[in-house]
Design a protein around this ligand. Structure first.
Ligand code: NAD
Length: 260
């Protein structure tokens, strides 16, 4: 379905981004992986995805806090593959703390990685999409783009910002064959969720089991984690021609969380 297309997925060395990269490769797209991690592990991943799907897979170590590295990553992908047809703004981090104790460096990093990086990626990739009169911009936002939770001020602010950016860019390019959407997952079991459990235990004075049951899964009426593969399937659909009329949308995939 995506043969001949190139998809650049930020933060795709782990979790949801990795699942999206695998799903796009499974549809025949060439892939640019990005994110942090052990060099050898990333190279193994890169080769596995390429070999399993008969596609080209490159890796960029660009740091999403550095606008110049984001622009260079897009430019390199355009040189190597001829285009970035699909941009997935996915890299993200989390920090959980009361707002009056929130570390300033964590606030700045979350706004940079979870929000500003999407602006820089879109700014760099859009001219190429306009030239081809085809493009897909998909951001992994969050249920926290639609509703808030306490102790996540930076994350909720960044994700609500992604919602605004998505709608604005969608309107700017609506007549040019380019769609811009945000996927809003509920809780997906990835390192990002695992790592916030100790801070949530501290912020709410709860045990690990209580955090999982009474904070995390309490938000989801299904009482189950969403899977990264389910999120990836939605991204594949949004990238397809069948989804060409979906633009400027914030699509929950949250086990009913935001229905409540
Ligand atoms: P993860 O920790 O498994 O993956 C995060 C990825 O981002 C990794 O590849 C990491 O290396 C990369 N990354 C972090 N900082 C970076 C930087 N400065 N430059 C480049 N790459 C960087 O987390 P995940 O749960 O897969 O999260 C992916 C996205 O999904 C995030 O935007 C997150 O907010 C969003 N999300 C996650 C959940 C969830 O429950 N896990 C729910 C809703 C939305």
């Amino acid at each position: 379905m995506l043969g001949g297309k190139t998809a650049l997925i930020t933060g795709s060395t782990s979790g949801i981004g990795l699942a999206i990269a695998k799903a796009f490769a499974g549809q025949g797209a060439n892939i640019v992986l990005n994110g942090f991690g052990d060099k050898g592990t990333i190279e193994t991943l890169r080769a596995e995805i390429a070999n399993a799907n008969g596609v080209e897979v490159r890796y960029s170590a660009a740091d999403m806090t550095k606008p110049a590295e984001i622009a260079a990553m897009v430019a390199e992908a355009e040189t190597e593959f001829g285009a970035v047809d699909i941009l997935v703004n996915n890299a993200g981090i989390q920090h959980v703390a009361p707002v009056d104790e929130f570390p300033i460096d964590k606030w700045d990093a979350i706004i940079a990685i979870n929000l500003s990086a999407a602006f820089h990626g879109i700014r760099a990739a859009l001219p190429g999409m306009k030239r081809k009169k085809w493009g897909r911009i998909i951001s992994t936002a969050s249920a926290h783009a639609l509703v808030a939770s306490p102790f996540k001020s930076a994350y909720v602010t960044a994700k609500h910002g992604i919602a605004g950016l998505t709608k604005t860019v969608a309107l700017e390019v609506a007549t040019q064959g380019i769609t811009v959407n945000a996927i809003c997952p509920g809780y997906v079991w990835t390192p990002l969720v695992e790592k916030q459990i100790p801070d949530t235990m501290k912020a709410r004075n709860l045990t690990e089991e209580q955090v999982k049951r009474d904070v995390i899964l309490a938000a989801q009426p299904t009482k189950e984690f969403v899977t990264a593969e389910e999120v990836a399937s939605l991204a594949v659909y949004l990238a397809s021609d069948a989804a060409r009329s979906i633009t400027g949308s914030l699509l929950p995939i949250d086990g009913g969380w935001t229905a409540a």
